[in-house]
Design a protein around this ligand. Structure first.
Ligand code: 5GP
Length: 189
């Protein structure tokens, strides 16, 4: 997506440890007009996949997932990162290693919200080592639902999450794919 690449070049900031900061349009402030453009692109990619539900992970995946859900006219479910009192009843759970915080956490979704007959599109902001998406895929497997594919705003191809998931037959689509980045240069695939 050309406009995503332009925005990353103009507004993105490369932090130490291979982290790209895009707080000006995706991770803290949301460029709402551009968010809908991203969502349209996701609909163009997955709109014919019979998606019945979108699943994401709190918190930074939620805006894009909701925007795509509005356009695709399907509900959006977000996995919670900690067990809270308002998730009652039976839950699906998996463990995820956080790339940005370098710690493990549990993700949880109430069983009521993923059903066996659901066809699920996963959405997240970034794909790095693939742990967040793998955790979400585990939840889908526990529910015996069907994974249609994964859409991410930005894939960092110099980390191997995308390659590993594709090797397992998972369809991954990235709106921008970064081949390499330093604090002076970002190269797209
Ligand atoms: P993974 O699980 O694929 O290693 O990392 C994906 C998760 O870590 C995403 O949910 C995202 O929130 C966060 N993340 C990974 N890399 C970056 C990055 O370069 N910038 C930002 N802002 N978040 C990232």
């Amino acid at each position: 997506m050309r406009r995503m690449e332009e925005k990353i070049l103009k507004e993105g900031q490369v932090l130490p440890g291979g982290i790209l900061k895009v707080g000006s349009f995706l991770n803290q402030q949301i460029d709402t007009e551009f968010l809908m453009e991203m969502a349209e692109e996701i609909n163009w990619l997955f709109g014919d996949g019979g998606v019945s539900k979108i699943l994401t992970i709190e918190s930074s995946g939620i805006p894009l997932a909701v925007a795509a859900g509005i356009i695709m006219k399907v509900p959006v479910v977000f996995a919670k990162k900690h067990k809270t009192s308002n998730v009652d009843g039976e839950t699906y759970k998996s463990k995820v290693h956080s790339f940005t915080h370098n710690e493990d956490y549990e993700i949880i979704v109430a069983r009521d919200y993923i059903r066996e007959d659901d066809r699920i599109l996963l959405i997240d902001d970034f794909l790095a080592n693939g742990n967040a998406l793998r955790g979400l895929i585990e939840l889908i497997e526990q529910a015996r639902a069907t994974l249609v594919g994964c859409a991410v705003a930005i894939e960092k191809c110099f980390q191997d999450g995308g390659d590993r998931l594709r090797a397992q037959g998972v369809r991954i689509e990235a709106l921008a794919a970064i081949e390499s980045m330093t604090d002076t240069e970002i190269v797209f695939r």
